[in-house]
Ligand binder design. Structure first.
Ligand code: NAP
Length: 285
């Protein structure tokens, strides 16, 4: 089997490693705009060969793992070239625009819209590793539109990676992601920006910031090349959730100015229930 991964970074590289672990007989071909990444992926054994778009013509499986704006442009072209019994899946963090881009494509059945809820703030093939997807959800959107035998293959692969499957519509996916993922990244980026602007002495940031600061701004180390297109593609949902978040921040400031400390205390106490929710989610896995 010939598997082509376009975008051999954190997600594409980790998926390539998993495919190879599951079936060592596959040939893994990497395509990437970044030649250094292809060299690194070869050296690390993540891919067997460097390839080009011509490899799509003879591929059995193709994974598209590049920033979502580039995916939107490339998806129909890759589908055009794909053999009629092959599968193309993308792993992008937005789904509605990508599904819409190929909705009327004659090979729509060869496409699977996936989003592994797994990742780190690091990028490139050096960040790729086995086990990244273990215990994590794989969201599949509009799965009924994918040919059953291709869907079955993909589901079996994800399960062998230790993932559990969630199915939803693409629009629903984007709404949920704006809330639980995209907002956290914006909030982390803007927290980091505020601290950099207000705390002129970098040594103070280094010396005085505790682990709370470090864990809250972890996501601010994420790659803007990946995140700017996500915010752009999910703009309507992100703007809605940002408005709700800003209203909460304004309200917090207002209560503090008015010395309504009991109210703030109660709000923080109510928010502590997140810990139960998140522990429950881990337990359910
Ligand atoms: P990454 O580590 O930066 O890897 C992406 C790779 O694709 C890089 O080597 C990049 O090269 C290359 N690339 C960019 N545009 C390209 C194009 N037009 N043609 C060919 N290669 C191109 O990114 P990632 O974190 O793996 O993310 C990949 C996809 O997975 C994104 O759609 C993202 O939304 C999704 N995703 C990410 C996470 C996460 O936490 N990171 C989680 C789930 C899903 P350059 O270095 O030159 O840019």
């Amino acid at each position: 089997m010939k598997v082509v991964v376009i975008g051999i970074g954190l997600i594409g590289g980790s998926m390539a490693l998993e495919f190879k672990r599951i079936d060592p007989t596959i040939t893994l071909v990497g395509i990437d705009q970044n030649d250094n990444h292809l060299d690194q992926a070869m050296a690390m054994g993540v891919i067997d060969q460097k390839g080009s778009m011509k490899d799509i013509d003879t591929a059995d499986r193709v994974v598209l793992s590049i920033p979502v704006k580039a995916s939107l442009h490339l998806l129909p072209t890759v589908l055009d070239r794909l053999p009629s019994n092959a599968l193309l899946m993308d792993v992008g963090s937005t789904k509605a625009a990508l599904c819409a881009a190929v909705a009327a494509h004659p090979k729509r059945q060869n496409y699977l819209a996936a989003h592994p809820i797994a990742g780190t703030e690091f990028s490139g093939p050096s960040a790729a590793h086995l086990g990244l997807f273990e215990g994590k959800p794989q969201i599949l959107c509009q799965a009924k539109k994918t040919k059953p035998e291709l869907l079955q293959w993909a589901k079996a692969q994800f399960r062998q990676m230790g993932m559990y499957l969630r199915f939803m519509e693409a629009e629903e996916h984007d709404r949920h992601m704006a809330c639980v993922s995209h907002l956290s990244h914006i909030s982390s980026f803007m927290l980091g920006k505020t601290v950099l602007e207000e705390e002129a002495d970098e040594q103070n940031i280094f010396d005085l910031a505790g682990s709370g600061f470090e864990s809250t701004v972890r996501l601010a180390k994420s790659n803007p090349d990946m995140w700017a297109p996500i915010f752009e593609q999910n703009k309507a949902n992100v703007v809605d959730i940002l408005s709700a978040y800003i209203a909460n921040l304004e309200q917090f400031k207002d209560k503090l100015v008015k010395h309504q400390i009991e109210d703030l205390h109660q709000q923080m106490k109510n928010t502590n229930q997140l810990s139960t929710i998140l522990n429950g989610i881990k337990h359910n896995n």
